[in-house]
Design a binder for this molecule. Structure first.
Ligand code: MG
Length: 387
């Protein structure tokens, strides 16, 4: 049977998730085609990708930089679009079947929103959209009948494990956390952590923002909020366990005490591929676990004093409203300040906490209120950095 290719828009194609997605598309034997690619500023890579994957569109979202770039090497049949608004336009194109939302941070919210608005299946790697605007995003998907598929490895694992039972039979979701590169460091050692050390993750090879989030455990805090909205489960029925091997990607505990876990090698191509092919599975490029080797799997509860970010995640998952948007934006700005050498590693979480405490809570914000509070929280962090 000649199955026509699924047309995939890869947003953030030059980032870590985008590169993995293109690896899956390349290995798909024609089942998947990259019809649109987007990058914020790595235009040389974007042009190389266009030469290889022959998309119908490429979007350069930093319009100012894009207008100065030499695009003459772009294939003749690829159309160039510039600016953030073009990104939102391209995802509404009729030919697109799946939008892989791989843009990091709240910059990815608008295109995710537009894709859902146009009933596209969204493979969501951008957790910030759900953290900042979870109730609005999930409601929109439901109203439009658009499928929202998690690409975050933990949420993909839960999504897969949930298929073993009914929603009403779920007792608890258990998110696994590798613990990041500083799992065994003391508070004193943490205070002198450098940018290079924080970027060095022991298991996963990821972009800078998520690597720092993983080191502070803020990544897991954001994932608690993400799971709360994506699966519609209360915060207090979401647990976190430290699992340094990152082989069990998360677990679902059912009411009878039975636990269903999803396992696999720590390779982002697996959850990306699952979302792109959903509801089918095909062979793919990810490595396999070697069953001829002996290996151990460890689990231990995280120490809340060692990882204070987790409590912020629980707080926001319980409170809802604008709190997720504030935590997300404050964290993004604080991580940016740390990467720029303006904030110590151990100041990231306290800075986020103080901004969260200072904000005027709104229980049912509109999307524009979310955008406003996001901007406010970033400005608050800049004051925090200066003082
Ligand atoms: Mg994750």
């Amino acid at each position: 049977m000649n199955v026509s290719a699924k047309q995939v828009a890869v947003l953030g194609s030059t980032g870590s998730i985008g590169l993995s997605a293109l690896g899956v598309i390349e290995a798909s034997g024609g089942r998947l085609h990259a019809i649109a690619l987007s990058a914020h500023s790595q235009f040389e890579v974007l042009v190389q990708q266009a030469q290889q994957y022959r998309p119908k569109w490429v979007v350069a979202s930093d319009e100012c930089a894009a207008s100065k770039f030499d695009w003459s090497a772009l294939p003749n049949d690829t159309r160039l679009l510039m600016g953030g608004a073009a990104l939102a336009d391209v995802v509404s194109a009729e030919e697109i079947d799946v939008v892989l939302a791989g843009i990091v941070g709240s910059a990815g919210l608008d295109s995710t929103w537009q894709a859902l608005e146009h009933k596209k299946t969204v493979a969501l790697a951008n957790k910030e959209a759900l953290v900042a605007a979870g109730p609005l995003v999930t409601r929109l998907a439901k109203e439009r009948g658009a499928l929202l598929l998690p690409v975050d490895s933990e949420h993909s694992a839960i999504f897969q494990a949930l298929q073993a039972g009914k929603t009403a039979e779920v007792e608890r979701l258990v998110l696994t956390a590798s613990g990041g590169p500083f799992r065994c460091l003391s508070q004193a050692e943490l205070e002198s952590v450098t940018v290079a050390e924080a970027l060095e993750h022991p298991v996963w090879n990821m972009g800078p923002k998520i690597s720092i989030d993983s080191a502070t455990m803020m990544n897991k805090a954001l994932e608690i909020i993400e799971a709360r909205w994506l699966f519609g489960i209360e915060a207090d029925r979401i647990s976190v366990t430290l699992h340094p091997q990152s082989v069990v990607h998360s677990l679902v505990e059912f009411v009878d005490g039975s636990i269903v876990a999803q396992m696999g090698p720590p390779d982002m191509r697996l959850p990306i591929q699952y979302a792109l092919y959903y509801p089918h599975r095909f062979a793919g490029p990810a490595e396999r676990l070697d069953w001829s080797q002996a290996w151990n799997l460890e689990f231990e509860p995280p120490d809340p004093d060692q990882f204070p970010a987790l409590e912020l995640g629980y707080h926001c998952a319980r409170a809802g409203g604008t709190s997720g948007a504030v935590l997300n934006a404050a964290n993004e700005a604080a991580v940016g300040a740390f990467l720029a050498g303006e904030l110590h590693f151990t100041e990231i979480v306290p800075a986020c906490r103080s901004v969260l405490q200072a904000h005027t809570f709104e229980a049912e914000p509109t999307l524009s209120q979310v955008v406003d509070i996001d901007r406010w929280a970033r400005e608050e962090i800049s004051h925090w950095v200066c003082t």
